[in-house]
Design a protein around this ligand. Structure first.
Ligand code: F0G
Length: 351
């Protein structure tokens, strides 16, 4: 029998670990690369969805967290801290449990999805809601980790990026080569940095013949990289990417420029349209921020930027169950019926 063994076992020779690094894992990675039927039709391309919501805590953050917590454990840390729009905190809290560590999280007050808050709580994290946005939380987390014995596990910690680059490895391993274009949402810009690193490593080691063009999409109310200036009060319904001053800004620009890529923005309306399309036409339920990748791809098609016949991978970063409010919002209330087959059949249009 064979079971996926988690990133450190599967890709350890490409990660900064040694035989003495503890393997703190929930068997993350090995996520589905699902062919997207409608998107392929609409683009004339072969479009795939890298479904990162299938990770143990429901987002791609688990890839970075197995590395960050394992290395923190190796260094003897007893407590970790992160700033988060929700997913990083959920992941850090779960992996800290596995390592027997205390986990502290700083989140922007009132701006994280209920499912993510629930995860951090049930895993026993110490949560502080900061009267500020994500960028303020990150400044505070860095400051605390400088002054107190607590290890920072945000993506400014380079081992987080190392873990996250394995998603690019999995895609090349599945497709036999790198895609032509890789599309993903951009918030703090760690993930676009990580994928670009992963694709470059595989190409350098001749495990791929090329690297893809990297296309990143920000929400239009939180688009500092596109605008060329920090956004002091970032706004978007996609709370995961409500970030005004990304820590990996320069790396994102490098990924864009070195790959002949693109970083652009999409509106909340486009994000919600892609969110509904993914669920209703592809059967894949993602959280709103994740749909920014697909919204961006569809926008690029409308702009004439997508030649047919290409292979395109969109990362959908987090599970729809994290933030289901947007699925219910605006949808009709299911009808109430008596316990009666005829009444049910009538309402279902079966008569
Ligand atoms: N999608 C989701 C679902 C996310 O949670 C995030 C980031 C991103 C996309 C953007 O990735 O920051 O690497 O560019 N979430 C972080 C958090 C900020 O705290 O969970 P990025």
């Amino acid at each position: 029998t064979h079971q996926w063994r988690g990133l450190i076992k599967e890709y350890g020779d490409r990660l900064p670990v040694t035989a003495s690094t503890p393997n703190i894992t929930l068997l993350e990675g090995g996520t589905p690369l699902v062919p997207a039927q409608l998107l392929s039709e609409r683009t004339g391309c072969d479009v795939y969805l890298k479904v990162e919501g299938a990770n143990p805590t429901g987002s791609f953050k688990d890839r970075g967290m197995t590395m960050a917590i394992s290395r923190a454990a190796e260094e003897g840390a007893q407590a970790v801290i992160c700033a988060s729009t929700g997913n990083t905190s959920a992941s850090a809290a779960a992996y800290a449990v596995r390592a027997g560590m205390v986990c502290a999280v700083l989140v922007p007050q009132g701006k994280i999805a209920l499912g993510k808050m629930g995860q951090a709580l049930i895993h026993g994290a110490k949560i502080l809601q900061v009267d500020g946005n994500f960028d303020d939380c990150l400044t505070l987390a860095r400051d605390l980790s400088d002054k107190y014995p607590v290890a920072l596990v945000n993506s400014v910690n380079p081992v987080r990026i190392e873990g996250q680059k394995t998603a690019a490895f999995e895609i090349v391993d599945a497709l036999g080569d790198a895609p032509d274009i890789h599309v993903l949402p951009v918030g703090n810009a760690g993930n676009i940095t990580a994928y670009w690193k992963g694709y470059q490593e595989y190409a350098n080691d001749k495990l791929a013949t090329r690297t893809p063009r990297m296309w990143g999409f920000q929400a239009s109310g939180s688009a500092p990289i596109v605008n060329g200036a920090p956004v002091l009060e970032p706004k978007t319904i996609a709370t995961a990417i409500r970030i005004g001053n990304p820590a990996s800004w320069d790396y994102a620009i490098a990924a864009r420029d070195e790959s002949n890529g693109l970083i652009d923005k999409v509106t909340d309306r486009q994000i919600l349209a892609a969110y509904r399309l993914l669920a209703s036409k592809e059967g894949v339920f993602v959280e709103p921020a994740s749909a920014a990748s697909v919204a961006g791809l569809l926008q690029a098609v409308d702009q004439g930027l997508v030649d047919p016949g290409q292979r395109i991978v969109c990362t959908v970063t987090g599970n729809g169950l994290k933030d289901p409010g947007w699925a219910v919002e605006g949808a009709p209330q299911p009808t109430i019926i008596p316990i009666d087959a005829t009444a049910a059949a009538e309402r279902l249009g079966l008569l």
